[in-house]
Ligand binder design. Structure first.
Ligand SMILES: *Cc1c(COP(=O)(O)O)cnc(C)c1O
Length: 350
Protein backbone atom coordinates (compact mmCIF):
# COMPACT_ATOMS: atom_id res chain seq x y z
CA UNK A 1 0.00 0.00 0.00
CA UNK A 2 1.24 3.49 -0.85
CA UNK A 3 2.17 5.28 2.35
CA UNK A 4 3.01 8.83 1.30
CA UNK A 5 5.99 11.00 0.50
CA UNK A 6 7.68 10.78 3.94
CA UNK A 7 7.79 7.00 3.90
CA UNK A 8 8.52 6.46 0.21
CA UNK A 9 11.41 8.91 -0.09
CA UNK A 10 12.66 9.01 3.49
CA UNK A 11 16.29 8.40 2.46
CA UNK A 12 16.23 11.69 0.51
CA UNK A 13 14.30 13.68 3.14
CA UNK A 14 15.33 15.36 6.40
CA UNK A 15 13.55 12.77 8.53
CA UNK A 16 14.75 11.21 11.76
CA UNK A 17 13.28 8.33 13.76
CA UNK A 18 11.43 11.03 15.73
CA UNK A 19 9.72 12.50 12.67
CA UNK A 20 6.08 11.38 12.61
CA UNK A 21 5.29 9.64 9.29
CA UNK A 22 2.03 11.50 8.78
CA UNK A 23 0.27 11.12 5.44
CA UNK A 24 -2.95 11.73 3.58
CA UNK A 25 -1.68 9.88 0.53
CA UNK A 26 0.11 12.89 -0.99
CA UNK A 27 2.43 12.27 -3.94
CA UNK A 28 2.31 9.28 -6.29
CA UNK A 29 0.40 11.44 -8.78
CA UNK A 30 -0.30 10.34 -12.35
CA UNK A 31 2.06 11.16 -15.20
CA UNK A 32 -0.23 10.99 -18.21
CA UNK A 33 0.77 11.09 -21.85
CA UNK A 34 -1.11 13.32 -24.26
CA UNK A 35 -0.96 11.77 -27.76
CA UNK A 36 -3.22 14.41 -29.28
CA UNK A 37 -1.28 17.45 -28.04
CA UNK A 38 2.16 15.93 -28.58
CA UNK A 39 1.33 15.44 -32.26
CA UNK A 40 0.12 19.04 -32.63
CA UNK A 41 3.16 20.42 -30.87
CA UNK A 42 5.68 18.18 -32.58
CA UNK A 43 7.07 16.67 -29.36
CA UNK A 44 8.36 13.13 -29.23
CA UNK A 45 6.40 12.49 -26.03
CA UNK A 46 4.34 14.96 -23.99
CA UNK A 47 3.29 14.19 -20.44
CA UNK A 48 1.28 16.05 -17.81
CA UNK A 49 2.20 15.56 -14.15
CA UNK A 50 -1.15 15.80 -12.41
CA UNK A 51 -0.41 17.51 -9.13
CA UNK A 52 -4.09 18.39 -8.77
CA UNK A 53 -4.49 14.75 -7.69
CA UNK A 54 -2.86 15.48 -4.33
CA UNK A 55 -5.14 15.37 -1.25
CA UNK A 56 -5.92 19.09 -1.24
CA UNK A 57 -5.69 19.45 -5.01
CA UNK A 58 -2.23 20.98 -5.45
CA UNK A 59 1.47 20.10 -5.20
CA UNK A 60 1.71 22.11 -1.96
CA UNK A 61 0.85 18.91 -0.04
CA UNK A 62 4.24 17.34 -0.86
CA UNK A 63 6.11 20.07 0.95
CA UNK A 64 3.50 20.67 3.62
CA UNK A 65 3.54 17.09 4.86
CA UNK A 66 7.27 17.43 5.53
CA UNK A 67 7.04 20.93 7.03
CA UNK A 68 4.19 19.93 9.35
CA UNK A 69 5.86 16.67 10.39
CA UNK A 70 8.99 18.63 11.31
CA UNK A 71 6.87 21.19 13.20
CA UNK A 72 5.33 18.36 15.22
CA UNK A 73 8.77 16.86 15.83
CA UNK A 74 9.90 20.26 17.14
CA UNK A 75 6.85 20.35 19.46
CA UNK A 76 5.40 23.42 17.79
CA UNK A 77 1.75 24.11 18.63
CA UNK A 78 0.88 26.36 15.71
CA UNK A 79 1.75 27.00 12.09
CA UNK A 80 1.35 30.14 9.99
CA UNK A 81 1.62 31.02 6.31
CA UNK A 82 0.93 33.69 3.75
CA UNK A 83 -0.89 32.29 0.77
CA UNK A 84 -2.43 32.91 -2.62
CA UNK A 85 -4.74 30.03 -1.64
CA UNK A 86 -3.23 26.61 -2.11
CA UNK A 87 -0.63 26.87 0.63
CA UNK A 88 -3.38 27.82 3.07
CA UNK A 89 -5.56 24.88 2.00
CA UNK A 90 -2.65 22.50 2.45
CA UNK A 91 -1.44 23.98 5.75
CA UNK A 92 -4.97 23.91 7.15
CA UNK A 93 -5.36 20.28 6.14
CA UNK A 94 -2.10 18.93 7.55
CA UNK A 95 -2.37 21.20 10.57
CA UNK A 96 -5.79 19.68 11.23
CA UNK A 97 -4.63 16.05 11.23
CA UNK A 98 -1.83 16.92 13.62
CA UNK A 99 -3.95 19.03 15.95
CA UNK A 100 -1.93 22.18 15.29
CA UNK A 101 -3.67 25.50 15.11
CA UNK A 102 -3.25 27.00 11.66
CA UNK A 103 -3.18 30.69 10.83
CA UNK A 104 -3.32 31.81 7.21
CA UNK A 105 -2.89 35.33 5.90
CA UNK A 106 -4.30 35.91 2.44
CA UNK A 107 -4.74 38.89 0.11
CA UNK A 108 -8.38 39.96 0.43
CA UNK A 109 -10.48 39.37 -2.68
CA UNK A 110 -7.77 37.53 -4.61
CA UNK A 111 -8.22 33.94 -3.50
CA UNK A 112 -9.98 31.43 -5.74
CA UNK A 113 -13.27 30.29 -4.20
CA UNK A 114 -12.40 26.61 -3.82
CA UNK A 115 -9.17 27.32 -1.95
CA UNK A 116 -10.83 29.57 0.57
CA UNK A 117 -13.57 26.98 1.05
CA UNK A 118 -10.92 24.39 1.88
CA UNK A 119 -9.18 26.53 4.50
CA UNK A 120 -12.55 27.26 6.09
CA UNK A 121 -13.68 23.64 6.28
CA UNK A 122 -10.32 22.39 7.55
CA UNK A 123 -10.70 24.88 10.37
CA UNK A 124 -7.90 27.40 9.86
CA UNK A 125 -7.92 30.89 11.32
CA UNK A 126 -8.09 33.01 8.15
CA UNK A 127 -7.02 36.64 8.05
CA UNK A 128 -7.64 38.47 4.78
CA UNK A 129 -5.48 41.58 4.55
CA UNK A 130 -5.87 44.64 2.35
CA UNK A 131 -2.64 43.88 0.58
CA UNK A 132 -1.06 41.43 -1.86
CA UNK A 133 0.75 38.14 -1.31
CA UNK A 134 4.17 39.77 -1.01
CA UNK A 135 2.90 41.98 1.82
CA UNK A 136 1.29 38.99 3.51
CA UNK A 137 4.59 37.10 3.39
CA UNK A 138 6.48 40.07 4.83
CA UNK A 139 3.96 40.19 7.66
CA UNK A 140 4.33 36.48 8.39
CA UNK A 141 8.14 36.78 8.44
CA UNK A 142 7.82 39.52 11.07
CA UNK A 143 5.25 37.63 13.16
CA UNK A 144 7.34 34.45 13.47
CA UNK A 145 10.22 36.46 14.88
CA UNK A 146 8.01 37.68 17.71
CA UNK A 147 5.77 34.68 18.42
CA UNK A 148 6.28 30.93 18.90
CA UNK A 149 4.68 29.72 15.69
CA UNK A 150 6.22 27.78 12.79
CA UNK A 151 6.34 29.38 9.36
CA UNK A 152 5.30 26.93 6.62
CA UNK A 153 5.81 29.02 3.49
CA UNK A 154 8.43 27.73 1.08
CA UNK A 155 11.13 29.79 2.80
CA UNK A 156 10.83 26.92 5.28
CA UNK A 157 13.41 24.57 3.68
CA UNK A 158 11.35 21.48 4.55
CA UNK A 159 8.77 22.59 1.99
CA UNK A 160 11.32 22.49 -0.83
CA UNK A 161 12.58 19.12 0.40
CA UNK A 162 9.11 17.60 0.15
CA UNK A 163 8.31 19.20 -3.18
CA UNK A 164 11.42 17.77 -4.83
CA UNK A 165 9.81 14.31 -4.62
CA UNK A 166 7.72 15.17 -7.71
CA UNK A 167 10.94 15.16 -9.75
CA UNK A 168 11.83 11.76 -8.26
CA UNK A 169 8.46 10.38 -9.31
CA UNK A 170 8.86 11.61 -12.88
CA UNK A 171 12.22 9.85 -13.17
CA UNK A 172 10.83 6.73 -11.49
CA UNK A 173 7.91 6.70 -13.98
CA UNK A 174 9.91 7.34 -17.15
CA UNK A 175 13.02 5.42 -16.11
CA UNK A 176 14.99 8.57 -17.02
CA UNK A 177 14.73 12.32 -16.59
CA UNK A 178 12.77 14.09 -19.35
CA UNK A 179 14.50 16.41 -21.82
CA UNK A 180 12.39 19.43 -20.85
CA UNK A 181 10.32 20.33 -17.80
CA UNK A 182 7.77 23.14 -18.20
CA UNK A 183 6.57 24.64 -14.93
CA UNK A 184 4.71 27.74 -13.65
CA UNK A 185 6.76 30.14 -11.53
CA UNK A 186 5.23 32.21 -8.73
CA UNK A 187 7.16 32.35 -5.48
CA UNK A 188 9.65 30.07 -7.32
CA UNK A 189 9.83 27.38 -4.62
CA UNK A 190 8.59 24.66 -6.93
CA UNK A 191 11.05 25.18 -9.79
CA UNK A 192 13.79 25.29 -7.14
CA UNK A 193 12.51 22.04 -5.64
CA UNK A 194 12.19 20.18 -8.94
CA UNK A 195 15.72 21.14 -9.92
CA UNK A 196 17.02 19.99 -6.54
CA UNK A 197 15.21 16.69 -7.05
CA UNK A 198 16.58 16.11 -10.53
CA UNK A 199 20.11 16.98 -9.41
CA UNK A 200 19.94 14.65 -6.38
CA UNK A 201 18.49 11.76 -8.37
CA UNK A 202 21.15 12.19 -11.05
CA UNK A 203 23.85 12.19 -8.36
CA UNK A 204 22.34 8.99 -6.93
CA UNK A 205 22.61 7.32 -10.34
CA UNK A 206 18.85 7.18 -10.89
CA UNK A 207 19.04 9.07 -14.20
CA UNK A 208 21.74 9.72 -16.77
CA UNK A 209 20.61 13.24 -17.66
CA UNK A 210 18.85 16.26 -16.22
CA UNK A 211 16.10 18.24 -17.93
CA UNK A 212 16.23 21.79 -19.20
CA UNK A 213 14.07 23.76 -16.78
CA UNK A 214 11.51 25.94 -18.56
CA UNK A 215 9.82 28.25 -16.02
CA UNK A 216 6.96 30.62 -16.80
CA UNK A 217 5.77 33.67 -14.93
CA UNK A 218 2.61 35.57 -15.81
CA UNK A 219 3.41 38.71 -17.78
CA UNK A 220 1.81 41.00 -15.19
CA UNK A 221 3.76 39.28 -12.40
CA UNK A 222 7.15 38.60 -13.97
CA UNK A 223 9.86 39.95 -11.65
CA UNK A 224 12.46 37.34 -12.62
CA UNK A 225 11.99 37.99 -16.34
CA UNK A 226 12.15 41.77 -15.80
CA UNK A 227 14.99 41.58 -13.31
CA UNK A 228 13.20 43.70 -10.74
CA UNK A 229 10.42 43.46 -8.17
CA UNK A 230 6.88 44.08 -9.40
CA UNK A 231 5.13 46.17 -6.73
CA UNK A 232 1.56 45.52 -7.94
CA UNK A 233 1.49 42.14 -9.67
CA UNK A 234 -1.63 41.36 -11.69
CA UNK A 235 -2.75 38.18 -13.44
CA UNK A 236 -5.78 35.95 -13.80
CA UNK A 237 -3.52 33.14 -12.54
CA UNK A 238 -3.81 34.08 -8.86
CA UNK A 239 -1.48 31.30 -7.65
CA UNK A 240 1.44 33.00 -9.43
CA UNK A 241 0.43 36.58 -8.71
CA UNK A 242 3.71 37.33 -6.95
CA UNK A 243 6.01 40.30 -7.42
CA UNK A 244 8.96 39.40 -5.19
CA UNK A 245 9.57 35.63 -5.21
CA UNK A 246 11.13 34.17 -2.07
CA UNK A 247 13.11 31.60 -4.09
CA UNK A 248 14.23 34.03 -6.78
CA UNK A 249 17.86 32.85 -6.56
CA UNK A 250 16.87 29.20 -6.69
CA UNK A 251 14.87 29.76 -9.86
CA UNK A 252 17.73 31.58 -11.57
CA UNK A 253 20.14 28.81 -10.56
CA UNK A 254 17.75 26.14 -11.92
CA UNK A 255 17.55 28.02 -15.20
CA UNK A 256 21.27 28.62 -15.56
CA UNK A 257 22.52 25.24 -14.37
CA UNK A 258 20.07 23.39 -16.62
CA UNK A 259 20.47 25.52 -19.73
CA UNK A 260 16.82 26.46 -19.42
CA UNK A 261 14.66 29.54 -19.63
CA UNK A 262 12.49 31.72 -17.43
CA UNK A 263 10.03 33.58 -19.60
CA UNK A 264 6.56 35.04 -19.23
CA UNK A 265 3.18 34.30 -20.79
CA UNK A 266 0.23 36.69 -21.06
CA UNK A 267 -3.12 36.13 -19.41
CA UNK A 268 -4.61 35.47 -22.86
CA UNK A 269 -1.97 32.80 -23.50
CA UNK A 270 -2.63 31.29 -20.08
CA UNK A 271 -6.39 31.15 -20.64
CA UNK A 272 -5.98 29.69 -24.13
CA UNK A 273 -3.69 26.97 -22.76
CA UNK A 274 -6.10 26.42 -19.84
CA UNK A 275 -8.93 25.58 -22.24
CA UNK A 276 -6.72 23.60 -24.64
CA UNK A 277 -5.28 21.47 -21.84
CA UNK A 278 -8.84 20.41 -20.96
CA UNK A 279 -10.40 20.24 -24.43
CA UNK A 280 -7.57 18.30 -26.07
CA UNK A 281 -5.57 16.90 -23.17
CA UNK A 282 -8.45 15.97 -20.85
CA UNK A 283 -6.71 17.78 -18.02
CA UNK A 284 -8.53 20.45 -16.01
CA UNK A 285 -5.89 22.44 -14.22
CA UNK A 286 -6.23 25.79 -12.52
CA UNK A 287 -5.21 28.89 -14.50
CA UNK A 288 -1.73 29.13 -12.95
CA UNK A 289 -1.10 25.50 -13.87
CA UNK A 290 -1.77 26.29 -17.52
CA UNK A 291 1.31 28.55 -17.58
CA UNK A 292 3.32 25.35 -18.26
CA UNK A 293 1.45 24.50 -21.43
CA UNK A 294 1.25 28.18 -22.42
CA UNK A 295 5.04 28.26 -22.17
CA UNK A 296 5.33 25.12 -24.27
CA UNK A 297 3.01 26.62 -26.91
CA UNK A 298 5.13 29.77 -26.95
CA UNK A 299 8.43 27.90 -27.22
CA UNK A 300 7.53 24.84 -29.31
CA UNK A 301 8.47 26.67 -32.53
CA UNK A 302 11.85 27.76 -31.14
CA UNK A 303 12.98 24.41 -29.76
CA UNK A 304 13.58 21.20 -31.64
CA UNK A 305 11.23 18.92 -29.73
CA UNK A 306 11.12 16.03 -32.20
CA UNK A 307 11.99 12.83 -30.40
CA UNK A 308 12.17 14.75 -27.13
CA UNK A 309 10.39 13.92 -23.90
CA UNK A 310 8.55 16.88 -22.44
CA UNK A 311 6.77 17.10 -19.09
CA UNK A 312 4.35 19.90 -18.19
CA UNK A 313 3.64 20.22 -14.48
CA UNK A 314 -0.06 20.77 -13.78
CA UNK A 315 0.31 22.28 -10.34
CA UNK A 316 -3.30 22.39 -9.15
CA UNK A 317 -6.85 21.26 -9.89
CA UNK A 318 -9.18 23.31 -12.08
CA UNK A 319 -11.98 22.76 -9.58
CA UNK A 320 -10.27 25.20 -7.23
CA UNK A 321 -11.31 28.14 -9.36
CA UNK A 322 -14.81 27.66 -10.77
CA UNK A 323 -15.22 31.39 -11.41
CA UNK A 324 -12.52 31.44 -14.07
CA UNK A 325 -13.96 28.29 -15.64
CA UNK A 326 -17.42 29.83 -15.97
CA UNK A 327 -16.29 33.25 -17.15
CA UNK A 328 -16.88 33.76 -20.85
CA UNK A 329 -18.64 30.44 -21.24
CA UNK A 330 -21.86 30.36 -23.27
CA UNK A 331 -24.94 30.45 -21.06
CA UNK A 332 -26.83 27.23 -20.58
CA UNK A 333 -29.70 26.48 -22.96
CA UNK A 334 -32.80 26.02 -20.79
CA UNK A 335 -35.64 23.92 -22.18
CA UNK A 336 -38.86 22.14 -21.30
CA UNK A 337 -38.39 18.42 -20.66
CA UNK A 338 -39.53 17.42 -24.15
CA UNK A 339 -37.62 15.40 -26.76
CA UNK A 340 -38.82 17.70 -29.54
CA UNK A 341 -37.47 20.79 -27.77
CA UNK A 342 -34.09 19.14 -27.23
CA UNK A 343 -33.97 18.08 -30.89
CA UNK A 344 -34.76 21.60 -32.02
CA UNK A 345 -32.06 23.03 -29.75
CA UNK A 346 -29.54 20.61 -31.25
CA UNK A 347 -30.55 21.54 -34.80
CA UNK A 348 -31.76 18.01 -35.40
CA UNK A 349 -34.98 19.34 -36.95
CA UNK A 350 -37.92 16.98 -37.24
C1 LIG B 1 1.92 27.69 -5.46
C2 LIG B 1 1.45 27.42 -6.85
C3 LIG B 1 2.21 27.76 -7.98
C4 LIG B 1 3.51 28.48 -7.88
O1 LIG B 1 4.50 27.73 -7.27
P1 LIG B 1 5.77 28.49 -6.64
O2 LIG B 1 6.48 27.47 -5.88
O3 LIG B 1 5.19 29.59 -5.79
O4 LIG B 1 6.53 29.05 -7.80
C5 LIG B 1 1.73 27.43 -9.22
N1 LIG B 1 0.54 26.81 -9.37
C6 LIG B 1 -0.21 26.47 -8.32
C7 LIG B 1 -1.51 25.80 -8.55
C8 LIG B 1 0.21 26.77 -7.02
O5 LIG B 1 -0.56 26.44 -5.99
Amino acid sequence: MYSGVLARYSEFLPVTPATPRITLGEGDTPLVRSPRLEKELGCGELYFKLEGCNPTGSFKDRGMVVAVAKAVEAASAAIICASTGNTSASAACYGAICGLSTIVIVPRGNIALGKLAQAIVYGAKILAIDGNFDQALEMVRTLVEKHPVTLVNSINPHRIEGQKTAAFEIVDSLGEAPDFLFIPVGNAGNITAYWKGFVEYYAAGKSSQKPRMMGFEAEGAAPIVRGERVPNPETVATAIRIGNPASWKGAVAARDESGGVIDSVTDDQILEAYRLMASKGGVFGEPASAASLAGLLKWSGKLDLSGKRVVCVVTGSGLKDPDTAMRGSPSLVELPAEVSDVERALGWGT
